[in-house]
Design a protein around this ligand. Structure first.
Ligand SMILES: [Fe+2]
Length: 280
């Protein structure tokens, strides 16, 4: 595995910058501040998940620090995105991954790192919100991008599952992406997910479609420790409890369970759900 990484001092310095940055991006509006806090806490927890995965993978200390740092910085653009546009929906505002890279670049915070490491941080962040990770000629960037995508999913599952269970009828549009909380789900979405196609948010018609999509992120996990964590935290079972109890949902859940137990038996080349697929 790669020896690429950062020193304790570099890590500390950039972490301090993040603390100041998050503090500076605040709002007098309670609802806005609540969502900014949500992203700040998410950033720290993704850093924690990235550390857990890199430790479990046996990566060297310097590499563990770098993946932890990438986790902390990956959503830095979310603060300005929400303050400016009042939404975390990229379609209605900006691509938050690109925006995060731009913020890091403009701040100059990464200049304490060698150019190759700066590029690695920026590239893995840029790739973190794509429906599927594209081919890349740099294996190191791919490794950190995979690790970040796993760490991000682990914490998003924690956030949304807590929310779906405990929102007590108080809806947060920033988490639900404006999806109506209506009964049932779209069968063509479920069919597409069973075919392991990446379904874009815009094709979801209600919150249950959205839950199905989030549940199927397990197909996109990259590392054993992430898969083990999903099993240990009973992520699939928690989603199942929140969805209509019918045979199709059980079929999907069984498929996902099988994937978690035997991920290598599956073909990881996935197709993307396009407009053509859905209109039929
Ligand atoms: Fe994130």
């Amino acid at each position: 595995m790669t020896e690429l990484g950062i020193s304790h001092e570099q890590h500390q310095r950039i972490e301090q910058w993040f603390k100041r940055y998050a503090q500076q991006h605040s709002s007098p509006d309670e609802q806005v501040q609540m969502n900014l806090d949500l992203k700040r806490k998410h950033s720290w927890r993704v850093a924690g998940e990235a550390l857990m995965i890199s430790k479990e993978l046996g990566l060297p200390k310097r590499t563990q620090r770098l993946s932890t740092l990438i986790g902390l910085l990956h959503d830095v653009g979310r603060f300005k995105q929400y303050i400016r546009y009042g939404t975390f929906e990229d379609q209605k505002s900006v691509n938050h991954a690109e925006f995060s890279v731009q913020e890091l670049h403009d701040s100059g915070v990464l200049t304490v790192l060698p150019a190759t490491t700066q590029r690695l941080v920026e590239e893995s962040i840029r790739l973190h919100n794509l429906p599927r990770l594209p081919a890349h000629d740099d294996d190191e960037i791919l490794m950190f991008a995979r690790l970040l995508r796993d760490a991000d999913k682990l914490d998003i599952w924690r956030i949304v599952l807590n929310y779906y269970r405990d929102h007590h009828g108080i809806h947060n549009r920033a988490i639900e992406h404006g999806m109506p909380d209506t009964p049932g789900y779209s069968e063509h979405i479920l069919e597409a997910l069973l075919r392991r196609e990446a379904v874009h948010y815009q094709y979801c018609s209600n919150l249950n479609d959205f839950k199905l999509k989030q549940m199927c992120w397990v197909f996109d996990l990259n590392y054993g420790p992430s898969i083990q964590t999903v099993i240990r935290r009973r992520i699939l079972e928690q989603f199942e409890d929140l969805l209509p109890a019918d045979a199709k949902i059980v079929e999907l859940s069984t498929e996902l369970h099988n994937y978690l137990v035997h991920p290598r038996c599956y073909d990881n080349q996935l197709s993307t759900f396009t407009n053509q697929n859905i209109i039929k």
